[in-house]
Design a protein around this ligand. Structure first.
Ligand SMILES: Nc1ccn([C@@H]2O[C@H](COP(=O)(O)OP(=O)(O)OP(=O)(O)O)[C@@H](O)[C@H]2O)c(=O)n1
Ligand SMILES: C[C@](O)(CO)[C@H](O)COP(=O)(O)O
Length: 252
């Protein structure tokens, strides 16, 4: 099916959950405020979103006791709005959704602050496919390794319980893009039912609604553990270099 390119005029809004503590990062500040190339991860991520031609507004969900945001360049960005996030990521996402007027934006892209390496091509691919099929979806990377499920053994800690077939198994990434009203209702209902909603698609699935999986770059890592910072630094430097590499036409 030939996918029609995005209408250049249509603009989208993004919600960026950035209210986490980053405990697994073992850093002296929330991980979204660690710096790469003298810029916070949050600034990298929001600038990556706002520099995409189809995204013109970002709502960032911040922790109620966030003391770092005012020191970032985002404080004066007219395309950025902030809300107070919640206890869990899903609560922060819901706070961001609640700040959107569906009459202004019928779709929303939800993207982790901790994922600064997302590419414009992947964002365009997500938007294009979702609009073409009028179905929400998410960027995802196919699993490449053999996957194991473990069991705790009193004798020797974690040991293999079984091998999980990796066919049709994906790493869910972000952005995840859905109609605002649909996503908000799915999250509210899921929370009412006590569901654990670790991403937007899990709420949509519970509502028996479809979710497209859009194959994307595995460079779109979520900075979670200390060694992820060097990897993200490498990917951002590589992407910056590719951006400035002369194209075939420009090569003398
Ligand atoms: N209550 C929360 C928890 C997480 N997040 C955001 O959701 C994204 C993905 O969550 P995760 O990687 O788990 O971040 P943290 O919760 O900060 O990490 P940790 O679990 O290590 O504390 C991050 O950008 C984080 O800031 C959020 O907005 N509100
Ligand atoms: C949304 C997400 O990044 C998709 O993989 C992931 O579910 C976030 O989980 P976390 O535990 O909040 O990092």
């Amino acid at each position: 099916m030939l996918i029609k390119p995005i209408e250049l005029t249509q603009q989208f809004i993004a919600v960026v959950p950035a209210a986490g503590a980053g405990k697994r990062m073992l850093a002296n500040c929330p991980k979204q405020y660690l710096t790469i190339d003298n810029k916070t991860i949050l600034e990298h991520t929001v600038e990556r979103l706002l520099s995409h031609p189809s995204i013109n507004k970002v709502i960032i969900a911040l922790s109620a006791n966030d003391e770092y945001f005012p020191q970032t360049s985002l404080i004066n960005n007219v395309q950025v709005e902030t809300v107070i996030g919640g206890k869990e990521r899903v609560d922060s996402v819901l706070a961001g959704l609640t700040a959107i007027d569906p009459e202004d934006y019928s779709w929303v892209l939800v993207h982790d602050a901790a994922r600064p390496c997302v590419t414009h091509d992947d964002i365009s691919s997500l938007i294009t496919h979702c609009l073409a099929k009028e179905v929400g979806g998410l960027l995802a990377a196919p699993v490449r390794d053999t996957m194991k499920r473990s069991v705790l053994s009193t004798l020797n800690g974690q040991q293999v319980l079984s091998t999980v077939a990796r066919e049709n198994l994906w790493h869910a990434l972000t952005p995840q893009m859905f109609p605002v009203r649909e996503l908000k209702a799915a999250i509210i209902n899921g929370l009412k039912q006590g569901a654990e909603l670790t991403d937007e698609s899990s709420a949509i699935e519970r509502a028996n609604l479809p979710s497209l999986l859009i194959s994307a770059s595995s460079e779109n890592i979520k900075i979670t553990h200390p060694d992820d910072l060097a990897l993200a630094t490498f990917f951002l430097a590589k992407q910056k270099q590719q951006q400035h590499k002369p194209t075939q036409q420009e090569t003398p």
